[in-house]
Design a protein around this ligand. Structure first.
Ligand code: PPS
Length: 199
């Protein structure tokens, strides 16, 4: 609950000044998709490309964040919503810092993603759907989690025993089972350039 006894302190170094120093805009590039759909791989590959172009970037990744900031959260619908709420708040700070923050979370619920969009502002929220058929994700099963979920060893597993709501209004759909990683990076970076976030 928000305390009623706190007053916002305005910084003299503004977001606009930080962006000028950085030479690009801050933005939240939000990758969503099933487990194994390629969110983390793509987020890190885009970060690598942008970093080489002297952009200031940071990746917030589901597995990593759940080791710290969200270590107390499981995978019930409520826990996932709280996970995304916290990540949205953290990401907003990065955007204020003039950084291109890339997030890789399943973020299965449209309402939760919309809440983050409203929090950071629609203009700064670039939602990218890593579209990949469940069968392909399951076939890849990089972490062996689908096999365990099918065996009933993992409850509430996205796509198996927990829902995934595909975005209705994403900025971009990347078919990760069709495009190569290099091609996927190209389309994401082209979008960021077209939006005037990076040059
Ligand atoms: S969520 O839904 O956005 O809160 O999930 P997220 O924080 O992105 O965490 C997803 C990673 O957690 C692992 N994992 C599970 N995923 C889905 N369902 C269940 N029950 C589950 N349990 C553990 C899995 O490694 C996910 O990583 P990715 O990169 O998506 O495969």
């Amino acid at each position: 609950m928000k305390s009623s006894n706190t007053i916002w302190h305005h910084a003299t170094v503004t977001r606009a000044r930080r962006e000028k120093l950085n030479g690009h805009k801050g933005a939240l590039v939000w990758f969503t998709g099933l487990s194994g759909s390629g969110k983390s791989t793509l987020a890190h590959a885009v970060e690598e490309r942008l970093h080489q172009e002297n952009c200031r970037t940071f990746v917030l990744d589901g597995d990593n964040v759940r080791h710290g900031l969200c270590a107390d959260l499981g995978f019930s619908d409520e826990a996932r919503s709280e996970n995304i709420r916290r990540v949205g708040e953290a990401a907003k700070l990065f955007v204020e810092a003039g950084i291109v923050v890339l997030t890789a979370f399943i973020s299965p619920f449209e309402d939760d993603r919309d809440r983050v969009r409203n929090l950071v502002g629609a203009g700064d929220f670039i939602e990218i759907y890593c579209q990949c058929p469940l069968e392909v994700c399951e076939e890849r099963d990089v972490k062996g989690l689908y096999k365990r979920a099918r065996a009933g060893e993992i409850a509430h597993f996205t796509g198996i025993s927990s829902p995934y709501e595909p975005p209705r209004s994403s900025c971009l759909v990347v078919e990760t089972s069709v495009l190569s990683l290099e091609e996927s990076v190209d389309v994401v970076v082209a979008l960021l350039q077209a939006r005037g976030i990076v040059s």
